[in-house]
Design a binder for this molecule. Structure first.
Ligand code: NAD
Ligand code: UDP
Length: 320
């Protein structure tokens, strides 16, 4: 049994990761400041004596003894990370410094949840790990993109200079149950709008693309990356190469929900990447038996069921 710390453990991805690590027989500690996370995402784990929660902000140091650290703490939705951009940079940079310092002191292995956003608005398609990216360092997304790029640099340098065992995964757009309904990301927005018969808000002309990965495929990939040989540190792309325009996504969601919502167009936010698709050859070579298993329509159906139940619970509560 390993003792594992998950920062951002009460977030969308973190809650699924904590659940899976517990199922695999580990002792798991979630550390979160509940900025975008919620206890309700992990409450079902709290009866498990091998699960602990700590309320703590990763921009401040913390000491505890664990074997592995998954560093996920950081808001991921543009709406949330742009809410307080300086805090977003601090979370990525100071959070990485504090967690790497801890890993060094206690000799733990540490994995960084980096992002496809390090590629910015990419000029190379699909994106392999050796592409350096095309990021606007002063744009509205830079607090997130540059924070994550600096965190990657810190991870590599703690490995090279201090022998810390590090792993870096670059995560592409991931969706699934336990996303926040008002989180602002496209999948949750479109599903909530479709289920409530509201207009579906496509930004720009909707021809921009993303490659959507179901959360269980990401969790598989992260755990397999942590288990790779010590001298392989990444970065490694984890995503589903199925690429869709935002209009195609909206149409799929309308069809799967049977919604009567209509599509409307709103202005495209600045620096919104026009295309994004992972080259996953490295992941397929290095991560044992890993491949994306859940296609978009299957994953969307599971996610729609989750949001549908959430809306039903809400309307029952309102009736009471
Ligand atoms: P999320 O916003 O649901 O989860 C982030 C969690 O971190 C939340 O529980 C939040 O409260 C916590 N947090 C934020 N700032 C903190 C701080 N200063 N101290 C302690 N906790 C803090 O987002 P998510 O989708 O679950 O993303 C998890 C990680 O994966 C993030 O690092 C994100 O950058 C990365 N990632 C996610 C995606 C995606 O599509 N979901 C894509 C690329 C990268
Ligand atoms: N988007 C959209 N309507 C929405 C929310 C997002 O058309 O209501 C678009 C957004 O402009 C972007 C894509 O969907 O082109 C993905 O946005 P998201 O915020 O989910 O992720 P990211 O841009 O960080 O990849």
């Amino acid at each position: 049994m390993k003792r594992i710390l998950v920062t951002g453990g009460a977030g969308f991805v973190g809650s699924h990761l904590c659940e899976r690590l517990l199922e695999e027989g580990n002792e798991v500690i979630s550390m979160d400041n509940y900025f975008t996370g919620r206890k309700s995402k992990i409450v079902h784990l709290m009866d498990n004596p091998y699960f602990e929660i700590i309320r703590h902000d990763v921009t401040l140091p913390y000491f505890l003894e664990v074997d592995e650290i998954y560093n996920l703490a950081c808001p991921a939705s543009p709406v949330h990370y742009q809410h307080n951009p300086i805090k977003t940079v601090k979370t990525s940079v100071l959070g990485a410094i504090n967690m790497l310092g801890l890993a060094k002191r206690i000799k733990a292995k540490i994995l960084q949840a980096s992002t496809s956003e390090v590629y910015g608005d990419p000029e190379i398609h699909p994106q392999p790990e050796d592409y350096w990216g095309h990021v606007n360092p002063i744009g509205i997304r830079s607090c997130y993109d540059e924070g994550k790029r600096c965190a990657e640099s810190l991870f590599v340098n703690y490995h090279n200079s201090n022998d810390v065992l590090v792993k870096i995964v670059r995560i592409f757009n991931t969706y699934g149950p336990r996303m926040e309904p008002d989180d602002g990301r496209v999948v949750s927005n479109f599903i909530m709008q479709a289920l409530q018969g509201k207009d579906i808000t496509v930004f720009g002309d909707g021809t921009q693309t993303r490659s959507f990965q179901y959360v269980s495929d990401l969790v598989d990939g992260m755990i397999k990356m942590m288990a790779t040989e010590d001298d392989f540190i990444g970065p490694i792309n984890i995503g589903n190469p199925g690429e869709f325009t935002m209009l195609e996504l909206a149409e799929n969601i309308i069809e799967l929900t049977g919604s009567k919502s209509r599509i409307i167009h709103l202005p495209l936010p600045s620096d919104d990447p026009m295309q994004r698709k992972p080259d996953i050859s490295l992941a397929q070579e290095k991560l044992q038996d890993w491949e994306p298993r859940i296609d978009l329509r299957t994953g969307l159906s599971k996610t729609i069921e989750y949001f549908d139940d959430l809306l039903k619970e809400k309307s029952i509560k309102e009736l009471m």
